[in-house]
Write a protein that binds this ligand. Structure first.
Ligand code: GUN
Length: 300
C-alpha cells in the first residue's frame, strides 16, 4: 500500500514577513512626520534593462505605500560615467533626499565601483559604498547593510532558524549578495555566529560542502543549481536566484526560476523559501528600512 505524501508546511513566507516589517516601519515614518521629516529616496536607472525596470517599479510602489517620497532619474544607455557622477553629486547635496539607489547592472562604460564610491555613505541605503562594506566586515553597526543579504538574515530570525554555531554554505561570491551574506553570518552577535563556507565556480566539490550544511543560501545565478541529492534532510534553504529560462508552455516562451530545484528539495528541507515570494519581497522591505533609518539619522 502506498502512503500519501504528507503535506509539508515548511515554507518561509517572505511576502508575509516583509508586510510585517512594513507595518513596523509605518510607525517610524509617522514619528518622523511629527518631527517635520518626510523620508526621501532617489532611484537612478541607466538604460532600459527590462529586469531593472520591474525592480525599480516595485521599489517605487513600496515607497509610496509607506509614505517615503521617491523620485526616479532615468538616463540613456549611452550615459558616460562623468555624467552619472554629476547627477549623483546633485543627489548627495539635496536635503530632501535621505537615500540614493543606483540600480545595477550599469552599462559597461560605467564602472560600478566608481559609482558606488561616489554615493555619500550616509545616503548609501544599498550598503555598497566601501565605507559601509568596511563597517560590515568590522561588525560596526553604524553602517548600512546590503538589502538582499540583510533580508535573508531577517527571514532566518523571524522564522526561528538558529544561526549560532550553524554550518552555513553560501553559493556565490558576488558583491551584492554572496560576500556580504557571508560577512553578516560570521560576525559575533545576534542572528550570526555561524561557520560560513563560500562556494563558487572554482570550488572543487560543492556537493560535499552542501551536504554538511545546516543552512544553504543559493545566490550564484545558475537556474536550479542546488539539487535534492546535494542537501541533507532538515536543511534550511534560502533561494536568492532569479533566472530566466526557456518555457514552451508560457506565452512569453520563458519563465523565472531560482537557483534551487524547489520541487524536489521542499519535501526534505526543514524550511525553504518559495521563489517568487521568498527573498525578493525582503530586499524591498530592507531598502525601506534602510531609508527610514537614514532619515532618522539625518535628524539625530
Ligand atoms: N540589482 C540587483 N540587486 C540590486 C540591489 O540590491 N541594489 C541595486 N542598486 N541594484 C541591484
Amino acid at each position: 500500500m502506498k502512503f500519501p505524501v504528507p503535506v509539508v508546511n515548511n515554507l518561509i513566507d517572505g511576502r508575509a514577513i516583509a508586510a510585517q516589517i512594513q507595518r513596523e516601519l509605518l510607525a517610524r515614518v509617522a514619528d518622523l512626520k511629527k518631527r517635520g521629516v518626510v523620508p526621501g529616496l532617489a532611484f537612478v536607472r541607466v538604460g532600459e534593462d527590462p529586469a531593472s525596470k520591474v525592480y525599480v517599479g516595485r521599489k517605487e510602489k513600496a515607497c509610496a505605500e509607506l509614505g517615503i517620497v521617491s523620485e526616479t532619474h532615468i538616463l540613456p544607455e549611452k550615459t558616460s560615467e562623468a555624467e552619472l557622477l554629476v547627477l549623483i553629486g546633485k543627489l548627495n547635496s539635496a536635503d530632501h533626499l535621505h537615500g540614493i539607489l543606483v540600480q545595477a547592472p550599469l552599462p559597461k562604460q560605467i564602472r560600478e565601483s566608481v559609482i558606488y564610491s561616489s554615493v555619500q555613505p550616509t545616503k548609501d541605503v544599498d550598503g555598497f559604498h566601501p565605507i559601509n562594506v568596511g563597517k560590515l566586515m568590522l561588525g560596526d553597526a553604524t553602517g548600512f547593510h546590503p538589502c538582499t543579504p540583510a533580508g535573508v538574515v531577517e527571514l532566518l530570525v523571524r522564522s526561528g532558524v538558529k544561526t549560532e554555531g550553524a554550518e552555513v554554505v553560501v553559493l556565490g561570491r558576488g558583491n551584492i549578495v554572496g560576500k556580504p551574506m557571508a560577512a553578516m553570518l560570521c560576525q559575533k552577535g545576534r542572528a550570526a555566529n555561524s561557520t560560513v563556507t563560500i562556494c563558487h565556480s572554482a570550488t572543487r566539490d560543492i556537493k560535499a560542502h552542501c551536504l554538511r550544511a545546516d543552512i544553504i543560501i543559493a545566490a550564484m545565478g545558475v537556474a536550479e543549481f542546488l539539487k535534492a541529492d546535494m542537501v541533507k534532510p532538515g536543511v534550511v534553504v534560502m533561494d536568492v536566484g532569479v533566472n530566466r529560462v526557456p518555457d514552451a508552455s508560457s506565452k512569453t516562451g520563458t519563465k523565472l526560476v531560482g537557483d534551487v530545484d524547489f520541487k524536489n528539495i521542499q519535501p526534505i528541507a526543514g524550511k525553504i523559501t518559495p521563489n517568487p515570494g521568498g527573498v525578493g519581497p525582503m530586499t524591498i522591505a530592507m531598502l525601506l528600512q534602510n531609508t527610514v533609518r537614514a532619515a532618522e539619522l539625518s535628524v539625530g
